[in-house]
Design a protein around this ligand. Structure first.
Ligand code: ATP
Length: 308
């Protein structure tokens, strides 16, 4: 039977001396999904990717990538995957076309394949006419597309993207996610790390890592339902800092936090009761409430709660 999973790992572990960077993690990535691997700097995301790509030997555990064993079949794995590292791995002093030729050679493409795939990648990345530009002169968003294009030259089954949007402007980030969705649509499994939580909403399934361990797993909507069991409201007032302080003292409110000038409130109370209670309290404290409305939790709310 053909396997439906692109990646599986069990008890995967990486120690550097006495320090455990990845601490017995288990997960499965289904074929064709966008799998998001999240966590703060140093959580162990890059170390995990490097083990899956055959670039770093695990200290312990078992795993398969594209059907091959991560301990013994690393050379086979490398032919089936694409990898875009944090620094985009491009050669800045080469032209766009030279970068494509270099990576095509690395992936073992014949001259004919390289000609064909190189053209496709150039067109796809919107770089037609710019083939002779020196890579260092490209803006971040273009460079990012070129790096992704080179990682896709050999038509891999799985692509590993390590913080592909770090340091890229918001418009390019959004466009990049459209491309990622397109790639997944074509059946390529996408394994992506990010620390931008808004981006995690694009993923079909996510894992949150904290100090080497997976502390949450599931689809974004599932995680929100599981972790935030209360209702969430957002309030605006003329004195947010004071208001949040007061809300924290109220018994029926399980959480109150300041987000910019807005206050997030978590409670099990029905909407009318909450509104009445908060409005009365704020009025007694001479705080003007400008709005108080239910909102959906974001992944950021989920992670703040989990990491607490
Ligand atoms: P970032 O977004 O900063 O890359 P990350 O989640 O990818 O974060 P890793 O790069 O996997 O984190 O690093 C996890 C931990 O392992 C960090 O504390 C890092 O300093 C440590 N580490 C990584 N590689 C090595 C190494 N070769 N030797 C020793 N420690 C290492």
């Amino acid at each position: 039977m053909r396997s439906e999973s692109a990646v599986t790992v069990k008890g995967l572990c990486k120690r550097f001396g006495s320090f455990t960077a990845v601490d017995h993690i288990d997960f499965t990535v289904r074929k064709g999904e966008i799998f998001g691997f999240l966590g703060a700097n140093g959580a162990g995301k890059t170390t995990t990717i490097r083990m899956l790509c055959g670039l770093l030997r695990p200290s312990e555990g078992v795993g398969k990538v594209a059907g091959f064993d991560i301990m013994t079949d690393t050379e086979m794995i490398k032919t089936r995957i694409g990898y875009m590292s944090q620094k985009f791995s491009l050669y800045d002093d080469l032209t766009i076309m030279e970068n494509i030729s270099f990576f095509g050679g690395l992936y073992g493409l014949s001259a004919r394949e390289l000609g064909k795939r190189g053209r496709e990648v150039i067109e796809w990345a919107g770089l037609a006419g710019m083939e002779r530009r020196i890579t260092s002169t490209l803006a971040g968003g273009w460079k990012q597309r070129l790096a992704l294009g080179t990682a896709l030259l050999h038509e891999p089954e799985i692509i590993f993207l390590d913080e592909p949007t770090a340091g890229v402007d918001p418009v390019s980030r959004r466009n990049f996610w459209k491309i990622i969705q397109e790639i997944a649509h074509r059946g390529v499994t996408v394994f992506v790390t990010t620390h931008y939580l808004d981006e995690a909403e694009y993923c079909h399934s996510i894992r949150l890592m904290d100090r080497g361990r997976i502390i949450a797993a599931g689809a974004p909507e599932e995680l929100k339902k599981e972790v935030i069991t209360e209702k969430m409201y957002q309030m605006e007032t003329d004195q947010p800092a004071r208001a949040v302080h007061i809300l924290k003292t109220l018994q029926d409110i399980s959480g109150a936090s300041l987000l910019g000038i807005k206050i997030n409130i978590l409670t099990d109370l029905p909407e009318q009761e909450l509104k009445q209670m908060v409005l009365e309290k704020m009025s007694a404290e001479e705080i003007r409430v400008e709005s108080l409305e239910p909102v959906d939790p974001t992944l950021e709310d989920v992670f703040i709660r989990l990491i607490k």
